[in-house]
Design a binder for this molecule. Structure first.
Ligand SMILES: [Zn+2]
Length: 622
């Protein structure tokens, strides 16, 4: 406490001393007017651009693409002009923190720094890759004539529900064939152009550009050390699931090797929730299947989103505006192609906010609805900030809000409140089953969330080159996730492109960050709600549900309202009292599961970790 006061005095002194310089004062005065003008223009342009992007994403036609590209070009041109004005200011000498911070943000021009033709090309490439991804279709395993299977919903459902290893392999391979090779050349060009833009903004490459938004030169090391902290937990769940999968599928799952990627219930093996049905710790204590329960109780898509909204409202956050319900696309249209990948949109006019999601009545979509609404809630909380602050404290924060709410929703307490769980008791075996299923979502995601950008950072820096794109991808998949492809891969394949964020040029480390800090946030709000008390076995973190707790909600709100007006350590401190990201919340949450997994793996003599894959994925066709 004392240290803070001293620091504050020092800042005041400093401020006083500098602000007496009349020249700087005069320039700051001018700069304030300019920023006001710039904020207005920037919001208008962001509105225009978002509308054009929405039009294309919600109706993939050539005309909409042309329009989107034209709007992007026009906005880029204006941005460049304003940027030239911006950098004329001596903003680095400004004493007004807020003014200086906004100038700093405006001093980065982004891809608009590219010459017009190259910028158009870059935008076109990204749209084209997205189109390939969003419109790809494959044929059914048991019916070669039926060739209209899309990622959402058909392929996702097969991966989630089929227990036929051959069918799973077929779908896994065909999806990659339908997307990967078609994107490879485009992706190479995308890498070059993105790097060129980054260099025009004084970064060494685009990876460095992406990481700059964290405002922390040590961010890579921090992430690596967070991963190291959580890795032992991952190794335990990995070993346990491999053991169970081997029981189910036999020798195609080796005893000590990586797990075949197509058997984990998800197209990218990024979350494994769908294998819970045959890997539960206590199968005889199985609860209701939540997807079945949603359907039995006549949940509609709208009811899913209303249920989510109700939670946000119950903790004193803001309800969705009328326009949200009018303009969102919450179901897959039958009459046209759209980008089904779920997303939440801010139209930068303080009124218009929408979600686009091809929602199905399943527990996955139920959680995704909460996730996307978390983005909208963040938009609503910071909508009165200057336009450059209308962002997450860092992008991981943005991904964490809805997931944080989901952690309460998934507690047995809350599932019971929703009527989705019938049993009245919480014996340790039920509790562990539930925790295991959440672990299949959260723990298994961590290495995937990390390696997506490990790969891209190396691609942008040139360490990974086009002639080893796919090999390096699988090296990381094996090293971090301990998975292997169902058959040999080569450089004729391009498997990274089978994941949306690669083709859509969306950085991914934010999800890793989110999966860590959402537990840190959860611990903080639960302590405020009096639902979690450290070392009190009657109030464990995994049972906390902050529903209707306005004290918890208000604390969260305070952090969200900051937007990115302060560096993220300031924001995280508002909620948690800590200034760093910390994996101990996650580890605390899963402690009973980790203890159980360690004992169970030991009992079964299960090998922990994995030996090198025998799939010969590094055989290259040149
Ligand atoms: Zn998101």
């Amino acid at each position: 406490m004392r240290k803070n006061i001293v620091l504050l005095l020092a800042v005041l002194n400093f401020h006083y001393a500098i602000s007496t310089d009349p020249e700087i004062e005069a320039e700051e005065l001018k700069a304030r007017d300019f920023i006001q003008f710039l904020n207005k223009k920037t919001a208008e342009n962001a509105n225009k651009a978002s509308l054009a992007h929405w039009a294309y994403a919600s109706n993939i036609t050539d005309a909409n693409l042309q329009n989107q590209l034209a709007v992007d070009a026009e906005v880029a041109k204006e941005d460049k002009q304003y940027w030239l004005e911006t950098i004329k200011f001596n903003w680095k000498t400004f004493t007004d923190y807020d003014l200086k911070r906004q100038f700093k943000k405006y001093s980065k021009l982004g891809t608009s720094a590219l010459p017009e033709e190259k910028l158009n090309r870059l935008n076109k490439i990204i749209s084209d890759m997205q189109k390939i991804y969003s419109t790809a279709k494959i044929c059914a395993y048991d019916d070669p004539e039926k060739c209209n299977l899309a990622l959402e919903p058909e392929l996702t459902n097969i991966l989630a529900n089929s227990q036929n290893a051959d069918e799973l392999k077929h779908v896994w391979l065909e999806w990659r064939k339908a997307v990967g090779p078609h994107c490879r050349k485009l992706f190479e060009e995308y890498v070059d152009l993105s790097n060129e833009a980054a260099r025009l903004n004084n970064y060494t490459d685009n990876g460095e550009n992406w990481l700059d938004s964290y405002e922390d030169p040590q961010i890579k090391q921090q992430i690596e050390s967070l991963w190291e902290q959580m890795k032992p937990l991952y190794l335990q769940i990995h070993a346990y699931v491999r053991f169970q999968l081997r029981k189910k599928y036999g020798d195609i799952v080796s005893e000590k090797g990586p797990i075949p990627a197509h058997l984990l219930g998800n197209m990218w093996s990024q979350t494994w929730r769908n294998v819970a049905k045959f890997t539960l710790p206590y199968p005889e204590k199985k609860d209701e299947d939540l997807t079945e329960e949603l359907r039995k109780q006549n949940y509609t898509v709208e009811k899913i989103f209303r249920t989510s909204e109700d939670f946000f409202k119950s903790i004193n956050l803001t309800e969705m505006p009328e326009i949200f319900w009018e303009r969102s696309i919450l179901e897959k249209p039958k009459d046209r192609e759209i980008v089904c990948h779920a997303s939440a949109w801010d139209f930068f006019d303080g009124k218009d906010f929408r979600i686009k999601q091809c929602t199905e009545v399943t527990i996955e979509h139920f959680k995704t609805a909460h996730h996307e609404m978390g983005h909208i809630e963040y938009y609503l909380q910071y909508k009165n900030q200057p336009v450059k602050y209308r962002r997450g404290a860092n992008s991981g924060f943005h991904e964490a809000v809805g997931d944080l709410i989901s952690l309460s929703v998934q507690s047995r307490k809350h599932l019971r409140k929703l009527g989705l769980l019938k049993s009245e008791t919480d014996d340790p075996e039920n509790t562990l089953n539930n925790l295991f299923q959440i672990g299949l979502d959260k723990i298994t995601f961590l290495p995937f969330g990390y390696l997506m950008d490990l790969w891209r950072w190396d691609v942008f820096s040139g360490k990974v080159t086009p002639d080893n794109y796919n090999c390096k991808w699988w090296e990381l998949r094996e090293k971090y996730q301990g998975i292997e492809p169902p058959i040999n891969r080569s450089e004729a394949d391009f498997d990274p492109a089978a994941k949306y964020h690669i083709v859509a040029s969306v950085p991914y480390i934010r999800y890793f960050v989110s999966f860590v800090i959402q537990f840190q946030f959860h611990r903080a709000v639960c302590e405020k709600a009096g639902q979690y008390v450290p070392n009190d076995p009657s109030k464990p973190l995994y049972e906390c549900d902050i529903y209707q707790n306005t004290e918890a909600g208000n604390a969260l709100k305070k952090m969200l309202q900051l937007g990115s007006s302060r560096p993220w350590p300031d924001a995280i401190e508002v909620l948690t009292g800590q200034r760093t990201m910390d994996a101990s919340g996650l580890l605390e949450y899963f402690k009973p599961l980790q203890t159980w997994l360690e004992a169970e793996n030991k009992k079964n003599g299960v090998f922990i970790g994995w030996e090198t894959s025998t799939k010969g994925k590094n055989v290259m066709i040149k």
